[in-house]
Design a protein around this ligand. Structure first.
Ligand code: PEP
Ligand code: MG
Length: 537
């Protein structure tokens, strides 16, 4: 038995025989041609055929109601017609006198590398699309059929990489799960796996050579693990989990569009926590009543420089447009401690969780903060934006934040840029903020309690440390008492209060009693909490 750890694209489970999907047939030989013009003609004909294939694929997806898949294929058709890409290929054929499939392969790879090197994560993920298109053209040139599942059994598809056009073409009914070595959770294949509801993992450590068709496997999206040849005991246990997941999902689906209210009619808003635009789509699909926490720092992590104002504006706007009138709470950059971005050159600290993080970074590096605020104020025009500031410990910080917001507003007015001042609130995640909550409530429009950090700072327990896990108790009476106090103080000042830490998935009845107005949880937990609420007297 081998147990690989990976990145879960969703939290779904699957079990069955694996089947390997190989992209090796796409590596063409470098052949020299005599007649370059003829070769360019062949290439142009291949582009036309590829376009037809993709357009047909797009039509089928639209007819089947798979709008998201159809949109992705449409983007591929546009990329296929990209002038730079086509010219680079034809130039290479005529100058190097190489066969068209080799030129497509080389140019495709260099475009993919160029996308990969870009700052923008969305553009990085497009690298898989350009490779996918190039492979498809090469198949057409060489008259090779694409991968097909000549299998009646359902399989766990294992691949080095999987292109989106392959993904949509696969018989959905034959696929139990996707496991790829390469990929990101922003790739189109990941987006499709989410929208198709197919379990998917990215497992970088996987040794593809040691895997063979027919090997039995478990895809565990809840624990991000891929298990090869599990023992009987594990199979039995997993069988039970799969059955339970199926039954549970069917039942939870029925709660998607129901109101979040108790039997006696007490209402609460159930929102979702997200880290990117794709998560927001999952939140809509799961019946979320808004976004309770958009962890904007995920736009800043895993790259070489901070996202530009424009890039951020587009991301916030996209989420706001998805939710219309419903509230979208974007938390300003909460980087530091476990969330790192090397380009910020933050100091090495003895106790990073107690160091330069969250709002402290923004108030120290005002330019960085202003870029984000500008993007937020501009995006606010497109929906019901709420902006939330993390790690607050004092009134002065709120005053300082408002001064920066005011500066940004003046700059936007001077530049005649359209903007709106969003609803502004704070996270309550430090004991100081709890104790000051009566005063702080008079300065802001809402509170959202971050129970993860509140537990860490109140119990003096590092939330990252596995060794002291047993002591980390978010149900500690001190925490519950703090939540109650914060709710009372919020309501006294006439503002709403939510919970966006992980404890929001728990103790629903207690929080309703405290008068908590909103719970924000991972998208997949929205219907689960709604069911709990609707079953409370
Ligand atoms: C929290 O601290 O509870 C919270 C929601 O923020 P994060 O987990 O991102 O620190
Ligand atoms: Mg926090």
């Amino acid at each position: 038995m081998i147990n690989y750890k990976g990145i879960a694209i969703n939290n779904l489970l699957a079990m069955g025989p694996l089947k390997k999907f190989s992209n090796n047939d796409f590596v063409p030989k470098k052949e020299i041609v005599e007649d370059a013009d003829k070769e360019i003609e062949n290439f142009n004909a291949a582009i036309d055929s590829t376009r037809e294939i993709l357009e047909q694929l797009c039509e089928t997806q639209t007819a089947e109601g798979n709008d998201e898949a159809a949109e992705i294929i449409e983007v591929q058709v546009m990329m296929l017609e990209d002038e730079g890409y086509i010219t680079d290929i034809t130039d290479m054929i005529s100058s190097d006198k190489v066969c068209s499939s080799y030129a497509v392969y080389e140019v495709g790879n260099s475009y993919a590398k160029m996308f990969e090197a870009m700052d923008n994560e969305y553009m990085q993920a497009r690298s898989a699309d350009v490779l996918d298109i190039s492979r498809r053209i090469i198949r057409v040139i060489n008259g090779v059929e694409g991968f097909s599942l000549d299998s009646k059994d359902k399989v766990v598809l294992v691949a080095d990489e999987l292109g989106p056009s392959d993904t949509v073409k696969l018989e959905k009914d034959c696929i139990l799960a996707f496991v790829t070595k390469k990929g990101s959770d922003r790739s189109h294949t990941a987006i499709l796996a989410r929208s198709m509801g197919i379990p998917a993992l990215v497992v970088e450590d996987m040794d593809l050579d040691s895997l063979f068709d027919g090997m039995f496997s478990i895809v565990d999206g809840e624990n991000a693990s891929f298990i090869i040849e599990p023992d009987d005991e594990l199979i039995e246990e997993f069988d039970r989990r799969l059955f339970a997941q199926d039954e549970n999902n069917k039942e939870l689906e029925t709660y998607r569009d129901l109101p979040s209210e108790t039997k006696s009619g007490k209402k609460i808003t159930i929102c979702a926590n997200i880290g990117c635009v794709e998560d927001a789509k999952a939140a809509v699909e799961n019946g979320s009543e808004g976004i309770g926490l958009f962890r904007s720092e995920f736009l800043y992590i895993g790259r070489d420089s901070a996202p530009s104002e424009e890039e951020q504006f587009e991301a916030y706007k996209a989420v706001l447009e998805l939710f219309g009138e419903k509230p979208v709470v974007v938390r300003t950059l909460d980087i530091g401690a476990d969330k790192k971005a090397d380009y910020l050159n933050l100091p090495e600290e003895e106790n990073p969780a107690l160091g330069l993080r969250g709002i402290r970074i923004c108030l120290t590096n005002k330019e960085l903060f202003k870029v984000q605020l500008r993007a937020l104020l501009r995006a606010a025009v497109y929906g019901n934006l709420h902006v939330m500031y993390p790690m607050i410990i004092s009134e002065k910080e709120i005053d300082d934040i408002y001064a920066v917001v005011n500066e940004v507003e003046q700059e936007l007015i001077a530049a005649k840029v359209e903007y709106k001042i969003p609803v502004q609130g704070i996270m309550i995640e430090t004991p100081a903020a709890v104790i000051m909550s009566e005063t702080l409530a008079k300065k802001v429009s809402f509170f959202s309690i971050g129970t993860n950090d509140l537990t860490q700072y109140t119990l003096a327990i590092d939330r990252q440390s596995k060794e002291i896990d047993a002591f980390y108790d978010p149900h500690h009476p001190a925490i519950l008492s703090m939540i109650k106090t914060v709710a009372e103080n919020a309501h006294k000042a006439g503002i709403w209060v939510g919970i966006c830490g992980a404890l929001g998935e728990d103790l629903t009845e207690t929080f309703l009693e405290y008068g908590i107005d909103e719970l924000s949880v991972v998208p997949s937990a929205v219907t689960k909490i709604r069911k709990v609420v609707r079953n409370i007297e």
